[in-house]
Every structure is written in C-alpha cells, then in structure tokens.
Design a protein around this ligand. Structure first.
Ligand code: CXF
Ligand code: ZN
Length: 369
C-alpha cells in the first residue's frame, strides 16, 4: 500500500494517506517513485485554476524505477530507471506521426481525465477510485502508468534531478528550443523566473540567444535567473516592465517574449514586448476561461507579430529526454541547481505554501527507495 498525497477537493489541503494500487494491465507499468517535483500546476489543480477531476493523487513531474510490467510492455523492464512524461506519447497517432507528439491523440483523454487508456485510474481508497493527475500521480511512493508515459534513462543519474525533466525542464527548455524560432544572436524576454522560466532561460542560452532579459517581481528569482544565463534583469516594481525591456533593445522590443506565469496582464506584456515581426510564446497556464484580446489591424497585420501557444515545450519525449540527460552529463544543463528544497511527502502542503509565496524554484519530494 503506497502512501500518497491526495487532493480531496478544491481549496482543501492535501491528505497524505495510504492508498490502494491495482497491478499493471496490458501496456502499463508499476513504478516505484524516486522523486517528484512540486510544480505550480499541482497548486493550480488544488485551488481550482486548472480543472482536473477530484479526488486525485496529484503530481505530474517525477522519476523512478520500474518494479513490474504488464503484458506486452517492451521498452522498459524491471529495474530500469525512468523519467515520467505528463503527456503520454503513443508514437502512432496522427500527431505523433506529424512531428507533434506533445499533442498525442491517444494520450489526451487519460491526461485530461486523470486515468489510463480504459479511462479508469489504478489508485483507489476504501473501494472508491482516486484519479491520477496527468495519468501519473507522482505524489505517491508507487504508481501504475502507461508505458507510453515514460522514457528509460541511465541508472547513474540522480532521480531527484531527473524528475524535474518531466515537466519544468521539458516545458521551459523546449519552449525556447522547439517552440520559438530563436536564431543565434536574438534577444528574448522571459516573464516569470520560477521552475519553468529558469529553463526557458537555459534553453535560450542553448539556442544561441545573445540578450536574455529576465522579468520577475522577486529579486531572489532574478539572481537565480542570472545564474542560469540571463544577461539583464527587470523588476516591474521599479518601473513599467515593457518600457524597461524596450529601453534595453533600442526601443524595438525583443525577438521573442515568453510568458511563463499564466496571467492576462503578463500575456499582454509579452505581446507588447515583442518587436515588430517578433513572437510572444505562451508557456504559463492561465485560468481555463481566460480570453486574450489583440488589436488585429496594427499588431497582427501591420506589425506582423505572432502569438504562439506552447504545450509541454513542443517536446518529443523520446527525442528530447535523452538529449537533456546528455546535456546534464556534460555539464551544459543545470538540474541540481533548480532544487531549492528536498522534502518528504508529508511536507507537501508546506511546499505549496512556499511556492505560492515565491520562496522556491522547485521543492522536490524524495522517496525512500
Ligand atoms: C500542466 C498543465 C496541466 C496538466 C498538468 C501539467 N503543465 C505544467 O505544469
Ligand atoms: Zn508542471
């Protein structure tokens, strides 16, 4: 019986309890978790910003060790170390075959409904089903998920560092490297320098951006942003952020502006910070009902600006996870530095508080193996 952090309903604290876990069915894998990051989207499910069926075991960013496999599983075996993907990628549907596996059709319903391919979860408590966030539920000592939701990695990578790849790193790094068309020498702005924004910054460095302007209300986050490669920092509390970014770019605005918070106001800022012909890339997760208004004639036509959505850093997990691991091994990708606090599962509610207060980039839950 694994211990897991369950969100019983909107605005209720997570309960850390023993839960029941069914054996893996065909195409499924039982994973003993090594570590799970605590991401802002977990908090967004708890406070109702992100709609997900509750009650649910939260957590969607993790790494662990395969304990057993269901019928027909061939890409992993007992003892393999794996990074979990919050988007199942089947490799066979229309989107997977058209180089957009981040939009995988097969995985969409399990991801959105917190279940597996038969649309039931493997967790339960007292005989009632418990959903698993993004077909995972990494706030649990063990979980059962789809073979297509994991990628094998070398067993010498620390699982706490590998865990972060599953959401924050793929999303942020991928936004810069896959979604945006950054060219060598470009200028970029990154609004929001938490666990995902810092990865946009390191992705922008990797893509060859020359000017990387970090924007955040917290000076401590701006210090971290510099350590991750930002060349300039802007704190909106010392003057309008858009004006400051324009001043730093000869009045033109940046080639690419990334919104990594999920607010209407900062999305509008990202759009305003982009130069004529530039891009605003939307990475932050807003409220479901949020609408964006854009002046079509001046901004889309005359100024030829683009707004790009970015889901999971437009990542192909089977291509990108091995690449990120090798960048980490060669010292060109910071993972350990993203970890602000290492905690036990029981401290998850405190980790939510610290995240909301802007005190941490990432808290990581470490499980006893
Ligand atoms: C989220 C988006 C909603 C489902 C879980 C993951 N993205 C990043 O945190
Ligand atoms: Zn996340």
């Amino acid at each position: 019986m694994p211990r897991a952090a369950v969100c019983p309903g909107i605005d209720q604290p997570l309960e850390v309890v023993d839960v029941d876990l069914d054996a893996p069915k065909a195409g499924e894998v039982l994973v003993r978790m090594g570590a799970s990051g605590v991401c802002h989207s977990d908090l967004s499910v708890q406070n109702g910003t992100l709609l997900a069926p509750l009650p649910s075991v939260l957590g969607h960013e993790g790494a662990g060790i395969v304990e057993s496999v269901g019928e027909g599983v061939s890409s992993v075996k007992e003892g393999d170390h794996v990074v979990l993907s919050f988007v199942p990628q089947c490799g066979a549907c229309y989107f997977c075959a058209h180089d957009q596996p981040q939009l995988c059709e097969t995985g969409f319903l399990p991801m959105a409904t917190g279940s597996l391919l038969d649309l039931t979860p493997r967790f339960s408590r007292g005989g009632s089903p418990l959903n698993q966030m993004s077909a995972l539920g990494t706030f649990s000592e063990q979980l059962v998920t789809l073979e297509m939701s994991m990628v094998k990695i070398d067993s010498d990578i620390p699982l706490s560092s590998a865990a972060l790849i599953g959401c924050g790193v793929l999303t942020g790094f991928g936004a810069a490297v896959n979604t945006a068309s950054i060219r060598r020498g470009d200028s970029v702005a990154v609004i929001g320098c938490g666990g995902v924004g810092l990865n946009v910054i390191q992705g922008a460095v990797h893509a060859g951006a020359e000017r990387i302007i970090a924007v955040d209300m917290f000076d401590a986050k701006l210090d971290m942003a510099r350590a991750f490669g930002a060349t300039d920092v802007v704190n909106p509390s010392s003057g309008d952020a858009t004006d400051q970014v324009r001043e730093l770019t000869a009045g033109r605005g940046v080639d690419v502006a990334f919104e990594v918070i999920g607010l209407k106001s900062t999305t509008e800022q990202a759009f305003a910070m982009a130069r004529r012909g530039g891009q605003a890339v939307i990475v932050g997760v807003p409220k479901m009902e949020q609408i964006l208004e854009i002046p079509i004639a001046m901004e889309l036509l005359v100024n030829e600006k683009q707004v790009r959505g970015c889901w999971y850093g437009s990542s192909d997990v089977r291509r990108d996870i091995p690449q990120l691991i090798s960048l980490y091994q060669s010292g060109s990708l910071k993972l350990d530095e993203l970890i602000s606090r290492r905690i036990g599962l029981e401290e998850v509610n405190e980790a939510f508080r610290a995240m909301e207060a802007g005190e941490v980039a990432r808290s990581v839950i470490e499980y006893d193996l």
